[in-house]
Ligand binder design. Structure first.
Ligand SMILES: [Zn+2]
Length: 448
């Protein structure tokens, strides 16, 4: 058999096994997994792990929020993702008030297609003004949006009745609802109260969003989904109280899945103690909590209560963060994690002994692909897309503005040392990053 590319002598890691083999690639797909494959073009993976390309199912690139737009566009964001071993992202589309869901999808899709260097999908956000368009959900699903985002917070928040209507429409179309769950009424009351009392520093961001109010919303939305008879995926769980609700619902047989993010696993609320704007940079929602919460989240990962780890990459520049310094609720929320996600979970999760190497691949690659219907992605199998990462498990990287390729110009993980980093990232058989160089052409990414 002839191949376009062979990855030789690597240790293959999938969600279920770890073994030595070569991988033969032709026309962008894996066509052989065996010993001693030969080819003119070889990637030598001796002493390296070979994993499926990582999949980040929660990113916000060039996303307009109020007067700002998140800093990475579909080019810089997907390039940073590729440096970190990510070969597929799922971003979002939001329809204008007088726009159809399908028109909005086409517009966002063509923007991403012209810039993205890796493959991408899009979740459709159901905004309050989309409730009158729920009869369009099926058309959006048929056009390629398989998952629908619902906010229980911010200006995009749906009330419980609207959530129920949205769930029914999404369920009928065969889609998956995904939810940002926080008790917004109680949180905004606490924010107002704390600010009125002069408590404006960044540490009050976390104190205004207590864990119990995240857990309450998670529990409520699971009940609404159960009543509507639809599955539900909960985004960015930041605390044990919330994941406990998911765990209990699953024990009762409800179809609920859960995500957490690197910011809840690699940072603690100590970040807010930094002087000046440094202390305000890591503001994101749900908030970064204490060390006990963080360690408990790792325990829940170890016992497989979580299903995916995504980045929720949504940074703003230092200047934009600084403009909101008068009070924590004026600082645009969001942190950059798109590049360090895969490696940090290896370093902090696998090397520190919280999860196995196979759980790492499962959480960052395989279950995300399965959950969002990316059938050709997320695993090392004959017939799958040749989306692969050659990963050096002992390479040490110090995270900094300089070592990362994101546009934000800052990172909340500054000075953190990570052991394990991708050396080669391959997307559909094409080497897109090799030894610190991006080789991919802008716009090569495809909508999936
Ligand atoms: Zn998000």
């Amino acid at each position: 058999m002839s191949y376009d590319l062979v990855i030789k002598n690597g240790t293959l890691v999938t969600a279920s096994s770890t073994y030595k083999a070569d991988i033969g690639i032709k026309n962008g797909r894996i066509i052989a997994i065996a010993e001693k494959l030969e080819c003119d073009k070889i990637v030598d993976a001796t002493d390296r792990l070979v994993t499926p390309g990582a999949i980040d199912t929660h990113v916000h690139l060039e996303m307009p929020i109020g007067k700002y737009t998140s800093t990475d566009d579909f080019y810089t964001g997907t390039k940073a993702a590729a440096f970190g071993g990510t070969t597929t992202i799922i971003d979002f589309v939001e329809a204008g008030e007088n726009q159809t869901l399908v028109d909005a999808l086409e517009e966002r899709k063509s923007k991403a297609e012209s810039r993205s260097i890796i493959d991408f999908g899009l979740h459709m956000t159901i905004m309050p003004h989309d409730i009158k368009k729920l009869n369009q959900v099926q058309a959006a699903f048929d056009a390629g949006c398989k998952s629908f985002k619902i906010y229980m917070a911010y200006g995009n928040k749906l009330n419980d009745g609207e959530i129920l209507l949205a769930f029914e429409a999404i369920g009928e179309a065969g889609g998956l609802p995904i939810v940002h769950a926080e008790n917004w009424d109680a949180i905004t009351t606490l924010i107002d109260k704390n600010i009125k009392e002069g408590n404006t520093g960044p540490e009050w961001h976390t104190k205004s969003r207590p864990a119990i109010l995240e857990a309450e919303a998670v529990g409520r939305v699971i009940d609404l989904a159960t009543y509507a008879g639809v599955p539900v995926h909960i985004f960015h769980i930041s605390c044990p109280e919330a994941i406990e609700r998911v765990k209990n619902a699953r024990i009762q047989g409800h179809y609920v899945t859960a995500e957490t993010c690197p910011q809840y696993l690699c940072l603690t609320d100590e970040v807010f103690e930094a002087e000046g704007v440094e202390g305000a940079l890591p503001i994101c929602s749900p908030p970064i909590r204490g060390i006990v919460d963080q360690l408990e989240l790792w325990e829940y990962l170890s016992s497989e209560s979580f299903h995916t780890i995504s980045s929720d990459h949504c940074p703003f520049t230092l200047k934009e963060k600084e403009a909101g310094m008068e009070a924590f609720n004026k600082v645009p929320g969001g942190v950059p994690s798109i590049e360090m996600r895969f490696s940090s979970i290896y370093s902090r999760g696998v090397r520190d002994g919280f999860i196995t190497v196979n759980q790492w691949v499962d959480l960052c690659c395989t279950t995300p692909a399965w959950l969002f219907g990316l059938e050709s992605k997320g695993d090392i199998q004959v017939g799958k897309d040749a989306d692969l990462v050659v990963f050096n498990p002992s390479k040490e990287v110090e995270l900094s503005r300089e070592s990362l390729h994101e546009e934000a110009g800052w990172t909340p993980y500054k000075d953190q040392k990570i052991t394990g980093w991708p050396e080669v990232t391959i997307s559909r058989g094409e080497i897109i990053v090799e030894n610190g160089k991006c080789l991919a052409e802008k716009g090569r990414g495809q909508f999936i």
